[in-house]
Design a protein around this ligand. Structure first.
Ligand SMILES: [Zn+2]
Length: 253
């Protein structure tokens, strides 16, 4: 009787242990699944949070003196080629071409300012006049587009004309000054010459800031320039305020 009881007890212990074991395995499995899910989420989060690696070769196409009657066509060429550029606009031209300003922004291009007067004597009369011209541009742009910008291109470049006081004033007010490393000389060149200038001066450069203007010959050269840049392995990007400004003062261009 004692033996029977004992073996019955043993059977129950074994059955009970088995049940426990099954439950435990289930729990571990579930935990494993949950942990795996957590890990997967972490991995996918890490992937989305990770900043995009900076392309090895970057070309910034910058277009000065607009907007103008050519802006729409320029925006169209950029769009067809699936790239964006940076437009440095003059205050009066924004006011007389409001739709063009909106179109530039709508298609994902960036906008910076190119002064009110485009006259170095007026612009650099005092640090205050320098600042005022760009504050005026900023206000005009915001009224038209609802957007803000701190990007600047000085007429004729930031050196040698800009006095240090004006430079400091712009820095105090958080403006980002951009010069160029490749002058297409488009304002005095034919379409072929513009293309040749890009082909020649663009050799062996990892990052280039290309200076163009809103001229008919420039519009005609743009598509081919983009093609050449892509073939040479450049990623064509618009300038953003997050990019560290490349200019002759920073000596990084
Ligand atoms: Zn200009």
């Amino acid at each position: 009787m004692g033996m029977v009881f004992k073996s019955r007890e043993t059977i129950w212990v074994i059955i009970f242990s088995l049940i426990l074991a099954v439950i435990k395995v289930n729990i571990i499995d579930k935990n494993k699944v949950i942990n795996d899910q957590k890990n997967n989420m972490k991995t996918s989060q890490a992937v989305t949070e990770k900043p995009k690696p900076r392309p090895e070769k970057i070309a910034y196409i910058t277009i000065d003196d607009g907007p103008s009657s050519h802006t729409s066509e320029i925006v169209e060429v950029l769009k067809e080629n699936d790239v964006n550029a940076t437009f440095f606009m003059i205050d009066g031209n924004m006011k007389s071409n409001k739709e063009a300003v909106k179109e530039v922004v709508k298609e994902g291009n960036s906008v910076g300012f190119h002064s009110v007067s485009h006259d170095i004597h007026k612009l650099y009369e005092s640090p205050e006049t320098t600042l005022n011209e760009f504050e005026t541009c900023k206000k005009t742009f915001e009224e038209i587009s609802g957007k803000k910008s701190k990007l600047i291109r000085l007429p004729y470049g930031s050196k040698p004309y800009m006095p240090e006081e004006s430079y400091n004033k712009l820095m105090e007010n958080d403006y980002k000054i951009w010069d160029w490393s490749l002058d297409t000389e488009d304002w005095r060149s034919s379409t072929d010459q513009i293309i040749n200038n890009v082909l020649y001066y663009g050799r062996d450069k990892k990052e280039i800031v290309i200076l163009m203007h809103e001229k008919e010959q420039s519009v005609n050269a743009l598509s081919y320039i983009i093609k050449v840049l892509k073939e040479r392995g450049y990623t064509i990007l618009p300038i953003t305020e997050e990019d560290s400004p490349k200019n002759y003062w920073n000596k990084n261009i």
